[in-house]
Design a protein around this ligand. Sequence first.
Ligand code: HSE
Length: 403
Amino acid sequence: MVQVAVLGYGTVGSGVVEVIGKNNGIVSRNAGQELNVKYILDLRDFPEDPYGDRVIHDFDTILNDSEVSIVCEVMGGVGAAYQFTKAALEKGKSVCTSNKELVAKHGPELLQIAKANHCSYLFEASVGGGIPIIRPLNDCLTAEKIENITGILNGTTNYILTKMEREGADFDTVLKEAQEKGYAERNPEADVEGHDACRKIAILSSLMTGKNVDSEKIYTEGITKITADDFLYAKAAGRTIKLLAKSDAVGEDEVLTMVAPFMVDKEHPLAMVNDVFNAVFVRGNMLGDSMYYGRGAGKLPTASAVVGDVVECARNLGRHIPCRWEAQDAKLADVADIEDAYYVRVKAEKKSEAQAAFAGGRLLEIPDRDKDFAVLTTPMKEKEFAAKCQTLGDAVLSRIRLY
Ligand code: HSE
């Protein structure tokens, strides 16, 4: 029997216990031996819970129990979660996690500790919730030079943008409604400012390059400036607006990674990813395009990915499952130097100046609307675009990159 400890009995933690319990026959058969949750670590007690008798408050009980070979860290944060993960790995216990913040911040170090102690650090659930994307990148696409990864990696913002598109509503109204329904956090900053997607693309980019992509160095824009007017123009252009997290291989050894809203062509498969769903689009130099789609958050989808990792660890007890993610920093290309085409919405009184500045672009006008217009520009360097916008001053109402 393989004994498992779960750190944190919140949404994902209770999901992990539920998946191991309800699907015990399947997970045990897949693991090759029975899986059992021996401990659940939490600050609280759960006297009414069917697993309440397994709840403990002292991590050392888990650490010092040689029967426990796999630990699920689903508590979140980078404080105690980091200490517990490190200590478990140093004891040769494999750790499976959904904690993207910790993986993004300390991934290479924790992988190194796992390797040195003949155990594993697996983090399938940290990106895209229940969608298999880490293992495909790490194990299946190993014959590929990955040229591009583009993801819709945050369910909250995708839900908000989908609602804005469908209802013509503005950002604040939809966010408030999403908070009331419990779809968005009370403090939505990490989601709406793009930080959550940034950590996830940092993890994917690190796997793509094999080197460390520091999430703090990634150019990140959120969705708070997107308006109902922008969606009107997106519709007129046959596009929609999505928060994309993307990473492009540039030259031999550079990577351009960014998180920002993009106006996506309606024909692109990512334009069809709606509501809380996530998707990751991967282009390899041999395979071409592939896409991974599904539930990027939620109790059971995320827990399923954690338990999938538990099964993988159980199949490899005493052995390190390798992951190519070195501590050395990847070279990040400067966003200012890349070429993008833009949607730019401008006050009507500056029409001739804007048309001159963005000559060759496609003019977009909405019938019976005389306060503004938009241009879909030709591709140009980010810094060139910024300079052109500067000449138009506050007549520029919004700008979104095209995809
Ligand atoms: N807040 C995240 C989201 C949860 O909305 O996608 C999953 O990481």
